[in-house]
Design a protein around this ligand. Structure first.
Ligand code: NAP
Length: 506
């Protein structure tokens, strides 16, 4: 196959490529812009009805059949590797190496879910045998996790592959036995289209019902709102902004039949530099922090935007090293013009406050972002809620604390986070013991002596956390446990063996 890819700009609905009456133009960071059919509520309805029609047959597939389907999607994505990287880099401005790495993560996720469902542990099968002689008699009870039905997925702007069309949410839903309707992100419609092409090829080779997967390109807000409100949709997977996520979450709650909205929203991922670690290697940690802060132009949900550091020379060395490292980082292209503007607005919030001191302030042009670093004290931070809001991009805020008590007070003041990090040495153990019960309540993942960017896709990973990090603190959007979002426990009482789901028999 040729690796040059020119998108045709259509939606994929239940196995058919569908043109639209109106269109929008992509806004690539480089290369030619293309026309894409605009999504409409009518097209959303077609896709959701097709998903509902496909659900009974798809839910009845064996785990082996679904595993083969997931592996086939991964193979089809790999077969389009160069073309995916080509259109992906053009649309997002992300470098080639990042797109290649993210493709590996995407296919790795699909294959991991294939293995995971084959093992069958996720079904959490339980059996309470009948006790007819007991008073009162106990019935025969068997429990298993069952797929919930059609799932809506919102592609994320910052992960054009791993959190988009065939990304983690889609892989988890398909693994569970749920059809998927994706609302493509308008920042990378061509990347969405070629990945949808890969999914369609796998649908055909594995003989799956066409309605098991649809991609509706964006365009207008009514695509997303009609999707989450569609009566056939049973749950939503979303990664994006707090404002957008909250609006869609509210719509899900207001439906006649409310449904769960699994939104992964904003986080500043606080990092605590404990005194012994600061004294021993404050400068090295500062330089490492700068690297994590600027990775991917800071456009990661796990970007450690706030560092809590003691007053005094060790803290000063941390700040100095971070500033020096940040100064070396050239401006990077951001994912969209809108995200670049939002970064400038976020920076302006800091520039306009006399409680915040600039450490490194840079000017960014157009769609690029250069790093910025600011400093404040604990009292100012605690009084000003806006300082704790995520700035999506390479901007860091250092909050200086007078000692352990203030560090603990600050930890208690944080809202829900995806991650919280402690940098500590042996002598910091008592303070770490004080902070941990607080941080455990605040974050989905607590790290020691590392940086939170780079989320491992694994059985134990939690990528979620209390609101506003996510809208559902019992869930994760990364790792095999994310399949639970799209399953529902059903208890079968006294059912004859022949009527039980196949996975419960025997
Ligand atoms: P976004 O604006 O929340 O959009 C995400 C998706 O939701 C898009 O498909 C968007 O559709 C849709 N959407 C948003 N608000 C909606 C509404 N009120 N009604 C219906 N649909 C709605 O996020 P984004 O475009 O990815 O980036 C913008 C900002 O989000 C960034 O500046 C950053 O602050 C944040 N962000 C955070 C993370 C994170 O992981 N924490 C990741 C990515 C972005 P349209 O495209 O049609 O608007």
């Amino acid at each position: 196959m040729t690796q040059d890819f020119t998108p045709h700009g259509k939606h994929l609905i239940a196995g058919e490529w569908v043109a639209g009456a109106a269109s929008f133009r992509s806004e690539p960071a480089s290369g030619p812009a293309h026309e894409f059919a605009m999504g409409t509520p009518g097209l959303v309805d077609q896709a959701c009805e097709a998903a509902a029609a496909a659900f009974p047959a798809y839910a009845a597939t064996t785990r082996a059949e679904r595993a083969a389907f997931l592996n086939a999607i991964a193979d089809e994505i790999e077969a389009r590797a160069a073309a995916i990287t080509q259109i992906g880099t053009q649309e997002t401005g992300l470098p080639e190496a990042r797109l290649n790495g993210e493709r590996g993560r995407t296919t790795g996720q699909l294959r991991l879910f294939a293995q995971h469902i084959l093992k069958g542990d996720y079904l959490d099968r339980r059996h309470d045998k009948a006790l007819p002689e007991r008073t009162p008699p106990r019935p025969e009870l068997r429990m298993i996790q069952r797929p919930i039905g059609p799932v809506a997925v919102f592609g994320a702007s910052n992960f054009p592959l791993a959190f988009s069309t065939a990304g983690g949410d889609t892989a988890a839903a398909l693994a569970a036995g749920c059809p998927v309707v994706v609302k493509g992100h308008s920042a990378h419609p061509g990347t969405g289209e070629i990945v949808a092409e890969a999914v369609l090829a796998a649908i055909q080779s594995c003989n799956m019902p066409g309605g098991v997967f649809s991609l509706i390109q964006g365009g207008k807000r009514d695509v997303g709102t009609s999707l989450v409100q569609h009566p056939q949709i049973r749950a939503v997977g979303f990664t994006g902004s707090l404002g957008g996520g909250r609006a869609l979450f509210d719509l899900c709650a207001q439906r006649p039949e409310p449904i769960p909205f699994f939104g992964e929203l904003g986080s500043v991922n606080p990092m605590f530099l404990l005194p012994e670690a600061a004294a021993a290697r404050g400068a090295a940690i500062g330089a490492g922090w700068a690297g994590s802060l600027t990775m991917g132009a800071g456009q990661f949900c796990t970007n450690p935007g706030i560092a809590v550091v003691g007053a005094g020379p060790a803290g000063d060395a941390f700040v100095k090293a971070a500033a020096e490292a940040l100064e070396q980082v050239a401006p990077q292209v951001m994912l969209t013009d809108g995200i670049a503007r939002a970064y400038q607005d976020g920076k302006a919030r800091f520039d306009g406050r006399n409680t915040v001191q600039p450490v490194l302030v840079t000017a960014s042009e157009g769609r690029t972002a250069a790093p910025n670093l600011y400093e404040t004290d604990a009292a100012s931070y605690l009084q000003d809620h806006a300082l704790g809001e995520e700035v999506f991009g390479p901007l860091g805020l250092v909050v200086r604390v007078s000692g352990a008590d203030e560090m603990e007070t600050l930890a208690k003041g944080f809202e829900g986070q995806l991650t919280a990090t402690i940098h500590m040495d042996d002598g910091d153990i008592d303070l770490a013991r004080r902070l941990l019960p607080v941080l455990e309540q605040k974050a989905g993942r607590v790290l020691a002596n590392g940086f939170p960017t780079g989320v491992e896709v694994a059985d134990s990973m939690v990528h979620g956390g209390p609101y506003p990090a996510s809208t559902n603190f019992g869930a994760t959007s990364v790792g095999t446990m994310s399949i639970r979002r799209f399953l529902r426990p059903v208890c079968f009482q006294n059912l004859p063996e022949a009527l039980l789901p196949e996975d419960l028999r025997g």
